[in-house]
Design a binder for this molecule. Structure first.
Ligand code: ADP
Length: 272
C-alpha cells in the first residue's frame, strides 16, 4: 500500500476492502517495474550509437594526423552514421509519444520519387553496407516529406542492423496499382539478412514488438521503428508489409505504397 503516493489515493485505498487494495498495489508495482524496464532499455539503446560516435571521434583526435585521408573519411562516416541512428531513436520515441496526444499535422505535398529517395540515401553514410538503388524515373507521389524520410531511414537502419556487414541493401521504387486500380508508387527495401519467421510477420508492426534473441541475435533496438512506419504510411493513405522466407541468408523485403500523383511536384521545402 506504500506505493500510492498522493493523499487522495491513500484516502480511497483506506475505504476499499483489503483484497482490492492489494490488487491496486500490485498493478502499481507492475507499472513501476515496466517503467523502469523501459527507461533501462531506452538508455541502453541511446548509449550504443553514442559510444560508437565517441569511439571514432577519439580515434580521430588521437591518430587524425597519422592516418591517410580515406581512413579519416571512413571514421567520419561511421561517426556520422552513429549520429543518424541516435537521431532516429529520438525521433521514433518522440513520435510514438506524440501519436497518443498531439500528432504533428500531416503536410502532404507532391514530390518527385527518384530525387526524394536519392537525397535521403545520399545523406546516410553506411559504414558497413553497400546501397544499391533501382528507381523508376519521372514518378510523382504524394507524401509528407519528413515522415517519408523517417520511414525510409527506419527501414534502411533495420536492413543494416539485421544483415551481415559488407552485404548489399537494395532500394527499389516503381509505379504500382492496388486491387481497385488506384495509382500508387511502391518502395521496397531489401536485405540479405536472417529473415523473419512467417508467424512473426503480423506482429512486427506493433509497438515494442521485437523478434526473440535466438532469431535476431543480440542486436539492440526499441521495437518502435516499424510501428512508426506503419502509422505514418497508413496516415498518408498507403500500406506497409514484409515478405521474407524466414531462413538465414534469404533476407527480407519491406514494401510500402503511397498515392501516385499526376500533378507536378511542389517546390522542394527546406528540411526541418
Ligand atoms: P527495433 O529494430 O528498434 O527493434 P523495429 O520496430 O524497427 O524495432 O523492428 C521490430 C523488430 O522487427 C526488430 O527488433 C527485429 O526483430 C525485426 N526486424 C525489423 N527489420 C528486420 C529486418 N530487415 N530483418 C530481420 N528482422 C527485422
Amino acid at each position: 500500500l506504500a506505493f500510492f503516493v498522493d493523499t487522495t489515493a491513500k484516502a480511497q485505498v483506506r475505504s476499499h476492502p483489503v483484497s482490492l487494495q492489494l490488487t491496486r498495489a500490485t498493478e502499481q508495482q507492475q507499472l513501476e517495474a515496466m517503467r523502469d524496464q523501459f527507461l533501462m532499455s531506452i538508455s541502453h539503446e541511446l548509449r550504443t550509437p553514442l559510444t560508437e560516435v565517441k569511439g571514432y571521434v577519439n580515434l580521430l583526435l588521437e591518430y587524425g594526423d597519422k592516418i591517410d585521408s580515406s581512413t579519416r573519411t571512413t571514421f567520419l562516416q561511421s561517426a556520422s552514421y552513429g549520429c543518424d541512428e541516435f537521431e532516429l531513436i529520438i525521433a521514433n520515441m518522440l513520435d510514438t509519444a506524440r501519436l497518443g496526444t498531439s500528432p504533428r499535422p500531416l503536410r502532404n505535398q507532391t514530390l518527385p520519387l527518384e530525387t526524394t529517395i536519392l537525397e535521403i540515401c545520399e545523406n546516410i553514410h553506411f559504414p558497413e553496407h553497400t546501397l544499391q538503388l533501382d528507381l523508376q524515373p519521372d514518378l510523382i507521389f504524394c507524401a509528407d516529406r519528413q515522415q517519408f524520410r523517417q520511414i525510409l531511414r527506419n527501414l534502411l537502419s533495420n536492413a543494416s542492423k539485421y544483415s551481415p556487414s559488407s552485404s548489399i541493401i537494395r532500394v527499389s521504387a516503381s509505379e504500382w496499382e492496388d486491387e481497385s486500380g488506384q495509382p500508387l508508387v511502391r518502395i521496397c527495401v531489401q536485405d540479405t539478412g536472417a529473415g523473419i519467421p512467417p508467424d512473426a510477420v503480423a506482429l512486427l508492426f506493433q509497438k515494442f514488438s521485437r523478434l526473440p534473441r535466438d532469431v535476431q541475435g543480440s542486436t539492440g533496438g526499441t521495437g518502435l521503428g516499424l510501428f512508426i512506419c506503419k502509422q505514418f504510411v497508413e496516415g498518408m493513405g498507403g500500406r506497409i508489409w514484409v515478405e521474407s522466407e524466414g531462413s538465414a541468408g534469404q533476407g527480407s523485403c519491406f514494401y510500402f505504397t503511397l498515392p501516385r500523383s499526376v500533378d507536378p511536384p511542389h517546390a522542394q521545402e527546406a528540411e526541418i
